[in-house]
Design a protein around this ligand. Sequence first.
Ligand code: FES
Ligand SMILES: [Fe+2]
Length: 393
Amino acid sequence: MAYQSGFGLPANVLFDTERARRLFSKKWFFAGTRGDVPRPRDYFTFEIFNDDLMLVHGSDGKIRCFVNRCAHQSAKILKSNTGTSSASLVCPNHQWSYSIDSGALRGAAIMGADFIKSDLGSSSALHSLPVREVAGLLFVCLGEQADDSDMTEIESILGPYIDDFGLAKGGYKLAHHYREIVPANWLQVMVNNRECFHCQLNHKGLLNLFDPSSFNAMSSPGYEALFAAAVQRWESLDLPWKEQAFNLNDSCRVARYPLKDGFKSITFDGQYASKKLIGGWQDYDASTLSIWLNPNAWVHFVSDHIATNWVLPIDEKTSMMYSSWIVHEDAVEGEDYDLDHLTEVWRVTNAEDVHLCNSMTRGAMSSYYKPGPFADAEQFCKQFCDWYMKYSG
Ligand code: FES
Ligand SMILES: [Fe+2]
């Protein structure tokens, strides 16, 4: 079935992993932030299709991406999701070891003393993939020829909004990381993320914090008053607040939203999530600075933490959802923040979304499936599908 703009994606597109691989080979995708790997030797592992990859913070401060598979017998080198490596990356199988800065083979005792100096030894490095860092956001591409214009665009659109958080300079720590294999097609996870009309019935908790008009770029008298008061506050602090939304070619959207009156952070009880403020904030602000990135992420910056969410395909019907909660590096668990309290809103909300996405994936597998039309107000779903069709062909 052919794709029709303004409708959902047909099953032959949703379940076409070759098409998805083409996209991830020519477009930069979100793979975390510097807050996921804040110190030298910190690593973060992730999966896309059948590939196991790792981000590693090098001794020179640069963050690189390597295939997380040994050049000897392809065992997985780093088994944890996050952590700090020893001085070299050591395969747990027969202890071949690799430089964290270049992926070059450093040791392979079982091969004999001369092996690493041999041609075969020097060609036995970890395979590396290109990484771009924009304002502390990390992007990876499976191909070598990704067009950097997306990075320039993201930097120029998002930079003025997120530079205050200084993610690129460090000063953060990963308070918590959560990931889950979800029984849902990754494109349907993204389409679900691009609208909040499902929020009314499915995210009752989230709607204690947010007016539903906010995420949907809609308007209502109550929300307009809340927004006007927030704009006054932001302007007095010289903070940019105008929404910049996707057009067909754009890779990102940014918006600043008020939380409901009295809320200090993205928590169900409205209390602060961490005692240590970030991003230049001198006090808690009832607002979030939110960004959405094509093809695979959405991030919320508030005055005391950053919550990142992203999805990557495993196969046509299965995805991995990643979420990180990043706080001030001096914030101490148990004193400055409570992990359950800090993570609760997105843990609960994402679990609610997983049910919806699974339901949509099962629907798309049905022999009766036919893509349905988007409402005009579901403009960001249409944008996502148009964008995907344009760049994945
Ligand atoms: S598989 Fe890694 S050292 Fe053998
Ligand atoms: Fe949702």
